[in-house]
Design a protein around this ligand. Structure first.
Ligand code: SF4
Length: 371
């Protein structure tokens, strides 16, 4: 068997690839064969071969105050910019959650900045209040950098922070803030964000506690191809350490950096979206991440037709209709779907849409509007 056939056979059988094999897939493997093999694996991994899942949730930003200074983010502001700074009030949450429930959503994606003064008690109070008001709503909240930051300013360990957040109502931890898990890249694009090592450590703690998580990658800025491969391998290797039977990373979501109006753009780093490169990323992710079952096509950042192609190249999920999103849309991604639109897009691509929850359990699509 030729070396190329050997690598494809290993990938096809979901055997962990070596760095050299993974790198070859990324750099040299023919795209058509990559996509076909990734599609084959996806059809084997996902229980109902023709099913493509989607979700309804609502993104609410807890605050826009952030000391991280990510150069790809137009959304945040510094603590002294009082005319822009906000902390969402309980009344505002109520309005947003009520609307989300009307539209059939079941989850809040709560994200915010690294606020210098909001410690663990603030988040405990917030999560428990929201759970008291809406026990049926799942809280998919924060991210590894926020947890590391909250732990630091509260003088507790990330483990204690996670434990207390779970007691207060945290249901799952999003994979946000991974960008590219390389310390040099991170220092350059997110100077004051917790390190790549901290991202991995917080996720590891979450896996030990059996808190469901997801993983992401933001590509297309200053990273090299080998740093992308290393990112995928770091996620795969961390997942391999997850105790058997625990949730670990339920899904992987790659998205492209959008440069419009960002500091990176001012420094000469512009995004160049290539649908073919995105398809390669989806396919390679499916093959390298042999221990993560769900690969999500991020329609929000790549648009409908590329997301549809991704469904034939290893992706099995179309993500959420995302009732409110601020970070990527403020940097130039303006793709929109409603519930009908996302299902139509999935059908057009040749699949059957299935509404799901964060744990990929099937849900029935019911809204106040179609009752
Ligand atoms: S992406 Fe998140 S962590 Fe980075 S500056 Fe924006 S709000 Fe802060």
């Amino acid at each position: 068997m030729s070396r190329q056939n050997e690598i494809f056979a290993k990938a096809r059988d979901r055997v962990a690839l070596s760095r050299e094999e993974a790198y070859w897939l990324w750099e040299e493997a023919p795209l058509e064969r990559l996509a076909l093999t990734a599609d084959e694996v996806r059809r084997e991994v996902v229980p109902d071969k023709n099913m493509v899942t989607w979700q309804i949730d609502r993104n609410v930003n807890i605050t826009n105050v952030c000391i991280s200074g990510c150069k790809f983010c137009n959304f945040h502001c510094k603590p002294h910019q009082t005319e822009r700074a906000f902390i969402t009030t309980i009344d505002e949450y109520r309005q947003k959650i009520d609307r989300m429930l009307e539209l059939g959503g079941d989850q809040l994606l709560l994200q915010g900045g690294l606020h210098p003064r909001l410690g663990i008690e603030f988040y405990e109070e917030l999560f428990s209040t929201l759970k008291e008001l809406y026990p049926q709503v799942r809280l998919h909240a924060l991210g590894a950098p926020e947890v590391a930051h909250i732990a630091k300013i509260s003088n507790i360990s990330p483990r204690e922070a996670l434990q207390r957040l779970v007691v207060a109502g945290l249901d799952s931890l999003p994979g946000a803030g991974a960008e590219i898990l390389n310390e040099d890249v991170r220092r350059a694009i997110s100077p004051a964000k917790p390190s790549a090592r901290e991202w991995l450590d917080v996720m590891h703690e979450a896996h030990l506690m059996n808190l469901p998580t997801s993983a992401t990658m933001m590509y297309g800025h200053i990273e090299s191809p080998s740093q992308r491969v290393d990112h995928l391998l770091a996620i795969r290797d961390l997942q391999a350490e997850c105790p058997t039977g625990n949730w670990g990373f339920i899904a992987f979501i790659p998205w492209i950096f959008r440069s419009t109006g960002t500091r990176l753009e001012q420094e000469g780093v512009k995004s160049h979206f290539s649908p073919l490169e995105y398809i390669r990323i989806i396919a390679v992710s499916r093959l390298i991440l042999n221990n993560i079952n769900n690969i999500q096509a991020s329609w929000l950042t790549v648009g409908k037709s590329t997301a549809q192609l991704a469904l034939h190249s290893g992706a099995n999920d179309m993500g959420s209709i995302m009732i409110e999103e601020n970070v990527v849309s403020s940097a130039g991604a303006h793709n929109e779907f409603d519930a009908e639109g996302i299902q139509k897009a999935i059908r057009e691509a040749g699949f059957t849409p299935q509404l799901r929850d964060q744990l990929y359990r099937k849900r029935e699509y019911r809204t106040k509007l179609n009752e």
